[in-house]
Design a protein around this ligand. Structure first.
Ligand code: PEP
Ligand code: MG
Length: 589
């Protein structure tokens, strides 16, 4: 590999997923489509501006026609949608009004298009007709297409990348990240993003190094620049000098050896030094990850994030499609259990193909169970598929983002409707499956004892529990320093949830990323937690720590930790007490 003569630049960001990769940059920046400036256009230049708009429409339309021609004619409804888009390109509401706005307001074509498409969207959303409301998506997609030609942005598809590169993007949505083909992408870096965002969770699942929240990476990097991504420390080196490159190549080799050693031990049981057996399960996003989960020594799937199937399909799957996936998963894992979490869509997992909701605060909006209760048909379809799959293996049902008792009562009512439909349809199913709720909103912690009356288990989702209790957006790099798993407030909430589960004799699991970080394990085990689910690549390293841990010491230490004042004190205490068994430094020179 040749080294560029350009000057070396080092940028610090947030660790998205650990590991090191070295390679050439491949810039993917779709933000151009969204960043549109308003500027005035003189009378004399209005015709040019209109012409520019017409040219963009023509190009977008021609491209779209090519896509339709290349498609299989049996695509049914999907083909209809694309043909509808063809008509929308020249629709009076969008096309005619944009031209009118350019000449009336004397503004640039981008701003006029943006103004008109927003107006049309609002107008459609007000109409009380589900079909027409769904057409909003078509308008968004068509105007986005035209906009990308206007601003000269390339619509790069991540799945189309055909060489081994490191992706550099302003932002990558979790759905974008899930499109990454492992044989073509070594790693990725982004300007935006925060710790334990869903994008970082996908990177961990793919086991590719990533650094997020770099702020200015896309400004500093040109396509084909040479990069070193150190996902473990959150460092990006652009055009490294020879010494740095040599140092990182050596570290990469050591890291590989270290990981291979860990993986060799991954099938040893997760039993502490004093003989306490713990359960380590895996979090997965796609059914395909299940093989890796088993290889890493997970003893079940503690969290199946079902929304990625919906996000990738770009439409709502049918009951039979869902059943097929769930059945494959539970049969593969049987007799071990699979916890299927119902759709946790919106928040940062929004997809314009699925919902046309625009919210000022998406994380506080119609996300997860809130969306499902508003869209009962979609919820019932998923529940029916889960009950049917439960006839083939060991399934637990998990509901995300419960914030009050009423919601779980409502969920049970919808579950009953799903069961009645299955009975009526004479389908084979199993309704006797454990029901659990995610504890990931502070209100759920406060009413954990009440919630426990209605369910069989709790699953603590620390990713959101930290986000909502510290009031920080987990994908915002500006507040990433406040994303503190070991903050005394977070630890107290975990303890309260544990106590409520103990008192009410229901099971408790932790499935947030906190469970996959060895640094946190002594505290969690010391509190009494015994069930953990994590990204599968973390299972071996957490297992190794557990095998060296003494639970009596961990219990004593937790009493001291709970009296400490701030995260730094807690961090230092853990580092000092467990320095002999924590994995830090094992891979450094
Ligand atoms: C969590 O919030 O901790 C969790 C496991 O769910 P997700 O990361 O999908 O929001
Ligand atoms: Mg969550």
């Amino acid at each position: 590999m040749g080294i560029s003569k350009a000057e070396q630049i080092i940028l610090k960001g947030i660790s998205g997923s650990p590991g090191i990769c070295i390679g050439k940059a491949y810039i993917v920046d779709r933000e151009g489509v969204n960043i549109t400036k308003r500027y005035p256009v003189s009378d004399a230049l209005v015709p040019n501006e209109i012409d520019r708009f017409k040219q963009a429409v023509l190009k977008a339309k021609n491209d779209h026609a090519k896509v339709i021609d290349s498609l299989d004619k049996d695509l049914g409804e999907n083909l209809n949608i694309l043909e509808t888009h063809m008509v929308l390109f020249k629709d009076k509401m969008l096309y005619g009004k944009t031209i009118e706005t350019i000449s009336k307001d004397k503004i640039n074509a981008e701003w006029a298009l943006r103004k008109v498409s927003r107006k049309v969207k609002i107008m459609f959303q007000k109409i009380d007709d589900v079909y027409l409301q769904a057409r909003v998506n078509d308008i968004v997609q068509v105007s986005d297409k035209i906009m990308s030609y206007l601003v000269g942005a390339q619509d790069i598809k991540i799945s189309d990348i055909n060489k081994r590169v490191i992706i550099v993007a302003h932002d990558l949505s979790p759905a974008d990240a899930s499109q990454i083909q492992l044989e073509r992408v070594k790693g990725f870096v982004t300007d935006r993003g925060g710790k334990d965002s869903h994008t970082s969770i996908i990177a961990k699942a793919l086991r590719i190094p990533s650094v997020l929240g770099l702020g200015i990476a896309t400004i500093n990097i040109e396509s084909d620049d040479f990069l070193i991504v150190d996902g473990s420390s959150g460092t990006l080196i652009i055009n490294p000098d020879e010494d740095t490159l040599f140092k990182y190549e050596e570290r990469m080799v050591k890291l590989e050896e270290y990981r291979a050693g860990l993986e060799r031990d991954s099938h040893l049981p997760a039993v502490t030094k004093d003989g306490i057996s713990l359960n380590l399960m895996a979090n997965i996003e796609l059914v395909e990850e299940v093989v890796a989960a088993k290889d890493y020594g997970a003893i079940g799937i503690g969290l199946f994030r079902t929304e990625f199937l919906y996000l990738d399909l770009k439409r709502f799957p049918t009951e039979d499609e869902l059943l097929c996936k769930y059945k494959e998963l539970v049969e593969f894992m049987s007799p071990q259990s699979v916890t299927i979490r119902t759709l946790d869509i919106n928040g940062d997992k929004v997809n314009p193909y699925l919902t046309s909701i625009e919210e000022a605060n998406p994380s506080l909006g119609l996300r997860a169970v809130r969306f499902c209760l508003e869209n009962e048909d979609i919820f019932i379809t998923q529940l029916k598929a889960i009950f049917r799959a439960a006839a083939f293996g060991n399934i637990k049902l998990l509901i995300p983002m419960i914030s009050c008792v009423e919601e779980i009562i409502q969920v049970k009512q919808v579950m009953n409707k799903a069961i009645l439909e299955l009975e009526y349809e004479d389908k084979i199913f199993n309704k006797d499956i454990p029901l659990g709720v995610m504890i990931e909103v502070p209100s759920a912690v406060m009413i954990a004892e009440n919630l426990a009356e209605h369910v069989d288990f709790f699953s603590i989702g620390t990713n959101d529990l930290i986000q909502y209790s510290m009031a920080i957006d987990r994908s915002n790099r500006m507040v990433a320093h406040l994303y503190q798993a070991l903050n005394p407030a977070v630890l107290k909430m975990i303890k309260m949830t544990y106590d409520a589960a103990e008192k009410k004799c229901i099971d408790l699991v932790m499935c947030g990323e906190m469970a996959g970080d060895p640094m946190n394990i002594p505290v969690l085990v010391g509190m009494g937690l015994t069930n953990f689910s994590m990204n599968s690549a973390s299972v071996p390293i957490v297992k190794r720590l557990i095998r060296n841990l003494d639970t009596k010491k961990a219990k004593n230490n937790v009493e001291k930790i709970m009296k400490l004042n701030c995260v730094q004190e807690i961090f230092d205490f853990i580092l000092e007490e467990y320095k002999d068994i924590l994995p830090f430094g094992e891979v450094d020179e």
